[in-house]
Design a protein around this ligand. Structure first.
Ligand SMILES: [Fe+2]
Ligand SMILES: [Fe+2]
Length: 192
């Protein structure tokens, strides 16, 4: 009932960049899962008075760490190492667009995380389709479904804590922001 659509589809040049350097994509992907777990944990710490957030974000942190564990094992099998974290254009630009004042920050974060998870679900689905039959293909298809659930989780939390009209209006604005960022992003072997 809270579902919505992203305002642009990922360009096919993105999957071309990913498939051209899949090792690099795996390294970025692992970092993304680790950062998602840390973000979920930071929500647990920042909102101790909000029971739904504490409960859901604790579960989410564990699930994202389980994803990290799976990607890091694939990396280690291929002899790949993690690289130092860098600021990602997509996430960095999206963060800049958020309202940081106490009245708006939580709503904006929930909506941003929902949109980022939805984009992740779309892209892992594309990766799953592009890969030849293999354990890694199955993994990305499973992951697409998991990130789709996370998109729903965050939007449901937004509706739990804020009124419907306000959520819809801000969601629409942030979907525009996200579509613009996606269209400005370079095509690189990275999730975003
Ligand atoms: Fe994940
Ligand atoms: Fe996720």
């Amino acid at each position: 009932m809270y579902s919505y659509e992203l305002k642009c589809k990922t360009d096919s040049r993105w999957i071309e960049a990913v498939m051209a350097d899949f090792d690099e994509f795996l390294i970025d992907h692992a970092a993304n899962e680790r950062k998602a777990a840390m973000l979920a944990l930071s929500m647990v710490v920042h909102y101790p008075d909000k029971e739904h957030i504490v409960r859901d974000m604790t579960d989410l942190a564990m699930e994202e760490m389980a994803h990290f564990r799976e990607v890091i094992k694939i990396m280690l099998k291929r002899g790949l190492q993690q690289k130092p974290d860098t600021t990602n254009f997509y996430i960095g630009s999206f963060m800049k667009a958020l309202k940081k004042d106490p009245k708006n920050y939580l709503l904006d974060r929930l909506l941003m995380f929902s949109i980022v998870e939805k984009r992740g679900a779309e892209r892992f689905g594309i990766v799953g389709e592009a890969l030849a039959e293999s354990k890694i293909k199955d993994f990305y298809q499973r992951l697409a479904a998991a990130e789709y659930r996370h998109f729903e989780l965050f939007i449901e939390l937004a509706y739990k804590y804020y009124d419907e009209q306000r959520v819809k209006k801000r969601l629409n604005e942030l979907l525009d922001v996200e579509a613009q960022i996606v269209q400005q992003s370079p095509f690189i072997a990275a999730v975003h």
